[in-house]
Design a protein around this ligand. Structure first.
Ligand code: HMG
Length: 452
């Protein structure tokens, strides 16, 4: 059976940068370490006034197609995952295809286009849709373009404000991929939850603390479900574990609980027993609370062991390198985590071909999904072509007043007069005003000119 997976990947970051410790924390009256150490975030990305989910997605997709020499004829499907859509009928993928048709000589009229919604997990669901389409033999030798694009803004003053971000990830899904092959096995944890939702509103209603617990519960279910089809997992099975990363502190919690789960009944648990005892088993306790207290005590002790810390440093920490500087990108977040880990491996000159990743996606509302990916022998060339550092370095730093202005510009309820841009677009798609039916219009700007 020919493998199916991610052939190429490109990331587009919003072009503005807010320093959370230096600029945001003092205005909030917070200790900068709440952001840097607690949440694990240093800076976040914001879209300039001429950027939105369409421009970011189209710019990532354009770079990906140009770099890999693809034309519209090579693409049979364009799926966009977003939870920042501005239209209840016309999908963002049509806008993105329209943008791309401005710069290619041929069209995407033959391509199936759609939009996926399930909070942050929609990016992975789109990947799954593309995988299934190819596996079903309906692709006629073509690839799918999957684009996860979001402007993850919270209402001003919401606790989630510190975790905002904006950017897009474009992925080419093909047979015999260069980067990673997806496993047919998947595990799900899914339940009707009201932790984070946007009932016909732009900014989310969030029960932040509860959302953390819901994330952990659904993730545990997904891992158990995955193991029920793929067999037990072991911490040494995976080179990296990219998680959905709303902020790195969330992954710190998920990584520890995941590790505790996968070492149960393994030699690792036995080795650690001399230092911290064995994991509590429910049958040894008279009531649930005493059992849960014992589990919590064991988990605290596990976190302090050298064995766990070395594992975390190697398998989880590298997945967070980009996220710390861009914030939550919702649908793109887990795909940024994968890219971050592979980039780290390349910089460390590690050989990864044949190694596996455990990819742990999550979307509020709520659902977690776990699958594995096997790194392919083209990974080094693919990741070497990745220029995310340049894009991050090129971001324009904004002051707090500028942050307030840009938040208003992207707030659909505010008609902002002041839409002057902070950066000058070059070789990219930009928002170009409104059409007669309220549609958004876009144009390609091929060299540095001021947008008016
Ligand atoms: P908060 O109340 O502002 O922060 O909200 P906190 O007081 O809980 O502090 C955060 C951490 O910083 C804590 O660490 C503090 O101890 C620590 P923890 O105890 O959790 O390990 N801290 C410090 N550390 C060092 N030095 C200091 C200091 N001060 C505090 N001086 C909250 C946090 C997550 C609730 C908020 O940011 C929020 O509401 N975020 C939005 C929701 C969210 O991201 N949830 C995550 C799970 S749900 C999800 O991932 C889905 C999502 O992506 C949406 C989708 O699927 O579409 C959000």
């Amino acid at each position: 059976m020919v493998g199916v997976g991610i052939d190429a990947i490109e990331i587009h970051t919003g072009k503005l940068c807010l320093d959370l410790g230096e600029t945001f924390a003092p205005e909030m009256g917070d200790d900068p370490d709440k952001y840097r150490k607690g949440l694990g975030l240093y800076t976040s990305s914001f879209p300039d006034s001429y950027e939105d989910i369409v421009t970011m997605g189209a710019n990532a997709a354009h770079r990906l197609m140009k770099r890999t020499g693809r034309t519209p004829a090579d693409i049979g499907r364009i799926d966009v995952a977003t939870e920042s859509a501005f239209d209840n009928s016309k999908p963002v993928s049509t806008y993105i295809a329209g943008c791309l048709e401005q710069v290619f000589e041929t069209t995407f009229h033959h391509a199936n286009k759609g939009e996926r919604k399930f909070a942050c997990i929609a990016g992975t669901q789109s990947l799954d849709d593309a995988y299934n389409w190819i596996r079903a033999g309906r692709h006629r030798g073509r690839s799918a373009l999957v684009i996860a694009t979001d402007t993850a803004l919270y209402a001003r003053g919401d606790a989630g404000e510190a975790t905002q971000g904006a950017g897009a990830v474009a992925m080419l899904i093909s047979e015999d991929p260069s980067l990673v092959e997806l496993s047919p096995e998947q595990g799900y944890g899914s339940a009707d939850e009201t932790d984070f939702l946007k009932p016909n509103q732009q900014f989310p209603s969030v029960d932040g603390k509860r959302s953390v617990q819901v994330y952990l519960s659904r993730m545990r279910e997904a891992l158990q479900d995955y193991e029920s089809v793929a067999g037990d997992t072991h911490p040494d099975d995976f080179a990296f574990i990219p998680f959905h990363t709303p902020f790195p502190g969330m992954v710190r919690k998920a990584g520890l609980l995941g590790y505790r789960h996968v070492i149960r009944d393994t030699g690792v648990e036995e080795e650690l027993a001399a230092e911290i005892g064995r994991q509590p088993r429910p049958e040894a306790f008279d009531d649930d609370q005493t059992y849960l207290d014992a589990v919590s005590e064991y988990t605290d002790a596990l976190k302090e062991t050298t064995r766990y810390q070395e594992w975390y440093e190697q398998v989880i920490e590298p997945t967070l390198n980009i996220s710390r500087y861009v914030g939550n990108w919702y649908t793109g977040s887990v795909h940024v985590a994968r890219a971050s880990a592979l980039k780290h491996a390349l910089e460390q000159d590690r050989e990864l071909t044949g190694d596996r990743l455990l990819v742990a996606s999550y979307g509020s509302g709520a659902q977690a999904e776990i699958h594995t990916e096997t790194v392919q022998d083209g990974w080094k060339e693919e990741i070497a072509a990745f220029d995310i550092d340049e894009h991050l370095d090129a971001r324009h730093d904004i002051t707090f007043e500028e942050y307030e202005r840009i938040h208003d510009i992207h707030n659909h309820d505010i008609k902002s007069e002041d839409v002057e841009e902070f950066t000058t677009p070059s070789d990219e798609f930009v928002f170009d005003g409104w059409g007669r039916m309220g549609e958004r219009k876009y144009k390609f700007v091929s060299c540095k000119i001021k947008v008016i």
